[in-house]
Design a binder for this molecule. Structure first.
Ligand code: IVH
Length: 699
């Protein structure tokens, strides 16, 4: 154990690392961070301080940022934490979690101050200090610390009872797991879990690419992420935390909000800034207007400001009315609106082929931001609001992120204006754009041949969980795409024919070209489920790909069956729908994808370049490992990690990446280290690769 503890955080600055050193360094960091994660998540006994741990993660992130193509499949940036499998249990808040009353105008703020003075019976000349803070739009949680250790995290719920989201909360780096000794023995810090505006956009891009849920705004994304049952998913979401209030405490923290904020900072919490101590309505208004002007540059969503009586003894006297304290008020932002003209309506094609109508507007200032485009969401929205080219419209910046058209000023509509006709074909590639029943979006079926989708699909094709071609990361695909070297999946495997061109490219030498071509050769062999996943079919993530692979067993059977499908009521469709876990919506996406001739051609071409190995048959319910939890560690010689995992899953096991007391078997391959040691400590059955193969081959 002490060996890992003493590993230095790495002395060479990330920007000075050579690619090969970066590979080694990322491997070392992955191992070390995994060790500390296990210590923290499974034993609740961190071996290093939060700051040291953060430094390791920051270094890992900095190196990955410089070398995106070297990001490991087991990178700490991808997964942290232990999985939880049960639904959330409930936690009763020691003190109810209240909400805030709203002020929508200066008059409301004046009323708040007057009422406070009256209630406290303070003379006119008595100064009432008020702490003004930004009102962040996220999800409120309570963090309970006992003896300076985080014991739980709970959502607000109905105010008296919330959900136990401890496992997810523990994956948030900004939430201290331990507090300094001067923190009270019982301390409940309350605050907001949120996702920044830029991380929200990145997250949605990833979600769209992986066929996951695309969130409407950062608040929904934060709420959805903290309520994930699998904490390894929450861990991958860019959640952050601001502390701004408290619940039960064993001793009073301090006598003013200002001092308590300072304590929170001392104890390692992040606070929303700028906060200003004010004492008049004018000062509050100056603060409010300042926040409005800063709003576009504040990295997270705000929906107002919050004013809190600074003196805690006054707060206590004021108490609460219904579900809000009398000592605080939220001064909400008005929706920012403006009038402008729709110059054009254009269709954008997203990376997953979704057609989104966008209005090009006459640029207009909306609350300090120049807006020249507004989303029209989908074709129904255009019809519902009857938005046409040339219309005068009212626009609004909603939730601080995407400007929207609120309404058309019909009186000012041009005489010759015409209704907008939504195209049935993709404006980028001409393929059919289909709208499934019950869905609002129309999607291009062009797949690989659509330039809007092609490059992203190729990035997905070569990614770790797909063809896993080392050294062919996002930037290289972009470069090769622009140079016309790769345009279809098959092109990737024909790059060897372009070795000369590659050698002449900037940044490429004999060694690097050789290495790249070698990894492409290695990548030619792929298992069926990774192959299906690699195709990047909407809604077909790894799990669905696995189901299809188990069901069909071979690429021939899969493609033969799907190509035979010509309409949504064919026999093969019925067969598909009968696969447990595959609903009609996925079937429609599958058939739309495979029915496009371009996609059929691209797949046929790809198949001629690669070797897709058959999958194993149905999940067995009477295998010796049915229902067991298995962890693979070290490198397996007989089969790739993905295949080993798939095989175990077919036999009904659950494959986990972290060792815990719930682990039944650890299969230790070559070079197994920390996990193997941990397994020994916990007395878990350890199998060699050979033992494992023998064990699962039992009749
Ligand atoms: S103080 C008694 N301060 O806004 C309630 N709340 O609309 C103590 N919020 O439930 C809350 N920023 O989730 C406080 N600086 C801030 C806040 C803030 C956002 C949230 C909080 C609250 C909601 C009310």
């Amino acid at each position: 154990m002490s060996k890992e503890k003493n590993i230095s955080p790495g002395s060479v600055p990330p920007e000075r690392l050579l690619p090969l050193d970066a590979v080694a360094e990322l491997k070392r960091l992955a191992k070390e961070i995994a060790y500390h994660d296990t210590a923290y998540y499974q034993q609740d006994a961190p071996a290093i301080s939060d700051a040291e741990y953060d430094a390791l993660r920051q270094r890992n992130a900095a190196i990955e940022n410089i070398f995106p193509s070297l990001v490991r499949s087991d990178s700490p940036s991808k997964k942290v934490g232990a999985s939880i499998s049960e639904n959330f249990s409930k936690i009763t808040h020691a003190k109810p979690m209240l909400s805030l009353a709203n002020a929508f105008s200066t008059k409301d703020v004046v009323n708040f101050l007057e009422k406070t003075r009256r209630f406290l019976q303070l003379p006119e000349d008595e100064i009432i200090d008020i702490m003004a803070e930004p009102k962040i739009d996220g999800l409120s949680v309570a963090l309970r610390y006992e003896n300076q250790r985080l014991v739980y995290g709970a959502t607000r719920g109905d105010g008296s009872t919330g959900e136990d989201v401890t496992a997810n909360v523990r994956t948030i780096a900004e939430i201290p797991r331990t507090l300094p000794a001067d923190a009270p023995d019982v301390l409940e810090v309350r605050g907001e879990i949120y996702i920044s505006k830029s991380n929200f956009l990145k997250l949605n891009e990833i979600q769209a690419k992986e066929g996951g849920k695309v969130f409407a705004n950062p608040r929904n994304a934060a709420a959805g992420s903290i309520r994930q049952l699998d904490s390894s998913i929450a861990a991958r979401r860019p959640l952050q935390f601001f502390g701004y209030a408290w619940g039960e405490t064993s001793v009073p923290i301090e006598n003013t909000v200002q001092n308590i904020r300072q304590k929170f900072i001392d104890w390692g919490f992040k606070l929303n800034e700028p906060s200003v101590l004010c004492s008049t309505v004018d000062e509050l208004n100056v603060y409010y207007n300042k926040i409005i002007s800063m709003r576009p540059n504040i990295p997270y969503d705000l929906d107002g400001t919050v004013y809190k009586i600074n003196k805690i003894s006054w707060q206590e006297r004021l108490g609460q009315v219904s579900r809000s304290p009398r000592w605080a008020i939220a001064h909400k932002f008005a929706a920012e609106r403006a009038e402008t003209i729709v110059n054009d309506i254009v269709i954008q094609v997203g990376r997953m082929g979704t057609l989104t109508p966008v209005a090009n507007l006459e640029p207009v200032n909306v609350g300090g931001v120049i807006v020249s485009r507004a989303t029209l969401h989908n074709e129904d929205e255009i019809i519902r609001k009857d938005i046409r080219k040339g219309d005068r419209v009212i626009i609004q910046r909603a939730g601080d992120v995407i400007p929207q058209i609120v309404s058309v000023i019909f009186e000012r509509r041009l005489k010759n204006s015409q209704s907008f006709v939504f195209p049935n074909n993709c404006p980028r590639c001409g393929s059919k754009a289909l709208r499934k029943e019950g869905e609002v979006a129309r999607r291009c079926t062009g797949g690989f041949i659509c330039p809007a989708q092609g490059m992203e699909r190729l990035k997905h094709l070569v990614s770790r969980d797909a063809f896993n071609i080392d050294g062919l990361g996002g930037r290289i695909i972009e470069k090769f795409w622009e140079e016309g070297l790769v345009r279809t999946p098959g092109d990737v495997f024909r790059l060897k024919n372009n070795a000369k061109t590659l050698l002449q490219s900037e940044g490429w030498g004999e060694k690097s070209v050789k290495k790249l071509l070698e990894s492409i050769e290695e990548g030619r062999r792929i298992d069926l489920s990774s192959f299906i996943y690699a195709l990047g079919i909407p809604q077909v993530g790894q799990a669905t790909a696995k189901l299809l692979a188990y069901h069909y067993g071979s690429s021939e059977r899969l493609l033969g069956s799907i190509y035979a499908t010509k309409s949504t009521d064919g026999e093969s469709i019925d067969a598909l729908v009968q696969i447990d876990g595959i609903g009609t919506s996925i079937v429609e996406d599958l058939t739309a994808f495979f029915n496009e001739q371009h996609n059929q051609d691209a797949i046929k071409d790809l198949i001629s370049e690669v070797k897709v190995s058959d999958s194993f048959v149905e999940v067995s319910h009477n295998s010796p490992i049915f229902g067991k939890v298995v962890v693979f560690t070290g490198s397996l010689e007989g089969m790739g990690r993905n295949e080993a995992k798939a095989r175990a899953e077919v036999l009904g096991a659950r494959v986990s990446s972290a060792i815990s007391t719930k682990t039944d078997f650890v299969v230790a391959g070559k070079g197994a280290g920390i996990k193997l040691r941990k397994a020994k400590e916990l007395g878990i059955t350890i199998l060699s690769e050979e033992d494992w193969v023998e064990y699962i081959s039992q009749p």
